[in-house]
Structures are given as structure tokens and as C-alpha cells.
Write a protein that binds this ligand. Structure first.
Ligand code: AMP
Length: 533
């Protein structure tokens, strides 16, 4: 045994991130676009200083250690101030998704026992939908000029009437933030993030082969700050001094492209749906925007179709796919082209980039299925992905969902993957969506991607329907592009280029739009209910 002290047991708490923003990057812009389209300008320093006053005010309202403060806000500077203030004072910032149904929001705020809520004026109507269903002790409104309703507090008045708080020392294992999972199945479950997890996630996210964040960057998170910490971009920006452009509620392609060009955005991030629409706008008017500084688009949350990678390449823009979950804070894997594939055929490069990628440092992966146990990394065997690591959940709030964890403490993702010899994962399905036909697997995600590559198809969702002979068969639900028609036989021919005959759906159902969950994913349960009979 060596008898000496090793290193300082310095706490990895978000306080260090907030203080760094205040000390070193005080002048870096935080640009917010308001609901009316106007631009409000702040800085990392101003947000950090205002966070000290906000924390003091919240403490005055009775918020103590570990208490939950809910936010019903867009991507805007006030949200960043809460991201700073609440964890640094020792409380827990709980971001709410305004796109959820009121009943679901009521369930979530009760389950989390939120004490105070901060609401943007433009979301008061959403708040009205569930405010009677839970007793908040205080409601604080971020006003854009409108009157603050009776019984609620004005955000600016609250900050104005307080003193800057001296941050307490926070144990790195304490909770700093929480977020509920999307709830495609069952009730939403709360994921509680420790300071340590968020600090290490910010560091790792910033690595060059991950998202590659530096002080040279201007980041525009299209991914909402209520969805898995906006993939860690706000804290990464504060840690490294990147400029932040927060787009508010208007995420239509023209609004986003306008902001990217006027603010000189270098990196943006969001789900594929957003970038599909943006690609259409770019294709229609390729010279309208100056995207000269835009270096990369981080796309994740759902599979990135190859057509999206190719489409942006045509405009000289690089899409980087990432995979993650609310339970993984969220970054789990990133798909960066390996050095030895740089010069290879386009076909091979796209095939690699369309995968979900290689695990981030400290994130461990493995996958298994019932028949074989842990699968080989041969890109052939399929199994459910399991992960562990310093920013992977160890359980859910209130002890629910224990069956999502293995006996040895790994998190079961519910994603069915193949893993290649490089360790890059390829999601073939989610366990609940998997189609098992005659004892063989069919990947609904693969079918969807290929259907969406057909020029007539705007959206495709493939579900498993019961079949007396095969157990299950795939059924494709399609929304076609405006003004075009296609018949099932043509689609089968299209698929036959990539799939064995037995893998191709017999049934195609045409709908005007495919229903989505609040976070933009296809509502497969609703589709199953509708089409299973
Ligand atoms: P959420 O917790 O709502 O972010 O959902 C996480 C789930 O979204 C994952 O378990 C995957 O099923 C899916 N997902 C996230 N990123 C990707 C991706 N790049 N490709 C395919 N599916 C993804």
C-alpha cells in the first residue's frame, strides 16, 4: 500500500461550470429569439450573475436542498438562468415538456412533487390545463409585456428584489436536474441527474470526436431544453465559452435558417424531423441563406435516414448522427467516420454514417438476446443494447421501472442493435417494435428507412400485426408526399431491392399524417390499435 495522499477530492458539481461562465466567458453572447420573433441579447456572465439573484429569491420563496423547481419554458435565456441557479443552490431543476397532454403533465408534476414553477407567458394556456391538478406553492411568470395573472409572480420582479447568492459547496453525487421520459409506453418515468453526471457529460460531449464544442463555436440547440438537457449543449457552452443562440418556440425551417445565417451558427442539433423540413426549404431556395459558418448538424433522437445525410452533403453541410436517451443524459454514441473509411467508396461511408455510432468515453455497451446471450460484434447478430457509465441512470425517481435494469446494474435500453467490429451500433428496432415472423426477425426501422427513401413517401411507420401463420407480420403505414400516388406493388418492388421477399409487408395503409408523440416519435401503439384488427 502506498502511504500518501493522492489528489484533491474536488467536487464535480455544476457550480464550477456556472462560475467558469461568469469568470472567464462573461462577455459571450446568449441570444434568445422571443415568441414574437424579436431578438433579446444577454451574455453568459449576465445569466450567471442573474442566476445568483434568482437562487436567492427562490430560497426566499422556500426552495431548499433537493426541492424541485419546474420549468415550462422554451429555449431562452431565462431557461439557462434556471439551469444555472437551481442546481447551484442545491435544488433540482425539473424541465417540463409543454407538448405533453395536460393529464400527463399533471401526473409528472405530482410524481416529482414540484414546489415552484416558472412559466413563459406564451405557455400560460398550457399551464392552465394542469394547474388545478397540483398545488404549486409559487408560480413565476416570464412576461414579454403582458400582465402577470393574479396570484403569480413576475420573474423580473423576483430577480430584482434579491441579493446575489454565494454558492454553497455541493456534493457531486447530489441531484441537480430531472426530466421525464417520453412515455411511448406506460406512465412517464423520472430520470434524476447528479451533478457529477452532468459535469462529466459536458466534458465528454465537448470532445472533438463527440460534439466538438469550443469557444470558437456558436451553438444553436433546436432540441428543446426540456428534452434531456438539450443534449448537454447549454452546460457545454457554459463550460467552454461557446456562444449560444436559443431559438424560442418558432422552429419552422425558415425561422431556424434565418437564425443560423444571421447569427453565424457553427453547430446545431435536433431530431431528424426538423432537418428533413429544413432540407426541403434549402433545396427549394439554395441561395437564400448564408450558411458559410455552419460546420455540423448533430442529429439524433430517432434514426437518421441516409437520404438526410446525402441531402445535406449536397449543400456542403455535415450531418453527424448521435444516439442517446433521457436515461443517458443523453449522449451514448456518436457516429464519426473512422480515419480508414475517409477515402473509401461513398457507399461504405454512408453505410457507416447511417449507423448510430461508437460509445462515448466511459460509456460501456453490450447487447444480448434470449437465445444466444451476449451477441458477437459481427454486425449480424441482433440483441437488446445495455449500457452503463457515469451519466447512465441507476434507477428511476420513486423506484419505478426496476425491470429496465439488469441484475448487475446495466441499463436496458429497449433498442435492438447490431454491433460491428469497430463497436459501432446500428439500431435495427426497439424491443417493443420488433417484428418476429416465423421465428425470424424483421427490422421495422430498416423497412421505414427504405420506404422513406422512395420519392413518393413522406413518412413511414412499420408495426407488427398478429398473423395466424407467422406469429407476426409487418404492416406499413404511409403518408405520401403532396400530389403523388403510388400503389403497394410499386412499394414492394422498391423494397425487394433491399429485402428478402418474406420480409416485405403484405399490407400498406395510407394516412394523411402519422400520429406522433409529444417528442415527435411515431405513436406506434396508436397505430397498432388502429390497424391490428
Ligand atoms: P428519448 O429518451 O425520448 O430520447 O428516447 C430515446 C430513444 O430514442 C432511444 O432508446 C432510441 O430508441 C431512440 N433514438 C435516439 N437516438 C436515436 C438514433 N440516432 N437512431 C435511432 N433511434 C434513436
Amino acid at each position: 500500500m502506498i502511504n500518501s495522499l493522492t489528489m484533491d477530492d474536488y467536487p464535480l458539481s455544476l457550480t464550477a461550470v456556472v462560475e467558469r461562465a461568469e469568470q472567464f466567458y462573461s462577455g459571450r453572447d446568449v441570444v434568445s429569439r422571443r415568441p414574437d420573433g424579436s431578438i433579446a441579447r444577454s451574455t453568459l456572465g449576465a445569466c450567471a450573475r442573474r442566476a445568483r439573484r434568482l437562487a436567492d429569491a427562490l430560497a426566499g420563496l422556500g426552495v431548499g436542498d433537493g426541492d424541485r423547481v419546474a420549468t415550462l419554458l422554451w429555449n431562452q435565456a431565462e431557461h439557462l438562468e434556471l439551469y444555472f441557479a437551481v442546481p447551484a443552490m442545491g435544488a433540482v431543476v425539473h424541465t417540463l415538456n409543454p407538448r405533453l397532454h395536460a393529464d400527463e403533465l399533471a401526473f409528472i408534476v405530482q410524481d416529482a412533487r414540484d414546489r415552484v414553477i416558472v412559466v413563459d407567458e406564451s405557455l400560460l394556456e398550457v399551464f392552465d390545463g394542469f394547474r388545478e391538478l397540483h398545488r404549486f406553492e409559487h408560480v413565476i411568470v416570464v412576461s414579454h409585456g403582458g400582465p402577470v395573472p393574479d396570484g403569480m409572480l413576475d420573474y423580473e420582479t423576483v430577480i430584482g428584489g434579491s441579493e446575489p447568492m454565494e454558492w454553497p459547496v455541493i456534493d457531486e453525487r447530489r441531484a441537480g436536474a430531472m426530466c421525464y421520459t417520453s412515455g411511448t409506453t406506460g406512465r412517464p418515468k423520472g430520470v434524476v441527474y447528479s451533478h457529477r453526471a452532468l459535469v462529466l457529460h459536458s466534458l465528454a460531449a465537448a470532445l472533438p470526436d463527440a460534439l466538438g464544442v469550443s469557444a470558437q463555436d456558436t451553438l444553436l440547440p433546436v432540441v428543446p431544453m426540456f428534452h434531456a438537457n438539450a443534449w448537454g449543449l447549454p452546460y457545454a457552452a457554459a463550460l467552454l465559452g461557446a456562444r449560444l443562440v436559443l431559438p424560442g418556440p418558432n422552429l419552422d425551417p425558415v425561422s431556424v435558417l434565418d437564425l443560423i445565417s444571421t447569427e453565424g451558427v457553427t453547430m446545431t442539433a435536433g431530431v431528424p424531423t426538423v432537418w428533413m423540413a429544413m432540407l426541403d426549404a434549402l433545396d427549394a431556395e439554395p441561395d437564400r441563406w448564408d450558411l458559410g459558418r455552419l460546420d455540423r448538424l448533430i442529429v439524433g433522437g430517432a434514426a437518421v435516414p441516409r437520404s438526410l445525410l446525402e441531402g445535406y452533403d449536397r449543400h456542403g453541410l455535415t450531418v453527424v448522427q448521435a444516439w442517446g436517451m433521457t436515461e443517458t443524459a443523453p449522449l451514448g454514441t456518436v457516429s464519426r467516420l473512422p480515419v480508414d473509411l475517409r477515402e473509401s467508396a461513398a457507399e461504405d461511408r454512408y453505410a457507416f454514417r447511417a449507423r448510430q455510432g461508437v460509445a462515448m468515453p466511459f460509456v460501456e455497451i453490450r447487447a444480448r438476446n434470449e437465445e444466444d446471450g451476449f451477441i458477437e460484434w459481427d454486425d449480424a447478430a441482433m440483441g437488446e443494447l445495455e449500457v452503463r457509465g457515469p451519466w447512465v441512470a441507476a434507477g428511476y425517481h420513486n423506484g419505478t421501472g426496476a425491470d429496465s435494469f439488469t441484475e448487475d446494474g446495466w441499463f436496458r435500453t429497449g433498442d435492438i442493435v447490431r454491433i460491428d467490429h469497430r463497436g459501432s451500433i446500428r439500431i435495427c428496432d426497439r424491443s417493443k417494435d420488433l417484428v418476429k415472423s416465423g421465428g425470424e426477425w424483421i427490422s421495422s426501422v430498416d423497412l421505414e428507412n427504405h420506404l422513406m427513401a422512395h420519392p413518393a413517401v413522406a413518412e413511414a411507420a412499420v408495426i407488427a400485426v398478429p398473423d395466424p401463420r407467422w406469429g407476426e407480420r409487418p404492416l406499413a403505414v404511409l403518408a405520401l408526399r403532396d400530389g403523388v400516388t403510388v400503389d403497394p406493388e410499386q412499394l414492394r418492388e422498391h423494397l425487394a431491392r433491399e429485402f428478402a421477399r418474406w420480409q416485405i409487408p403484405e399490407r400498406f395503409e395510407f394516412v394523411s399524417t402519422i400520429p406522433r408523440t409529444a417528442t415527435g416519435k411515431f405513436k406506434k401503439i396508436a397505430l397498432r390499435d388502429q390497424f391490428s384488427a
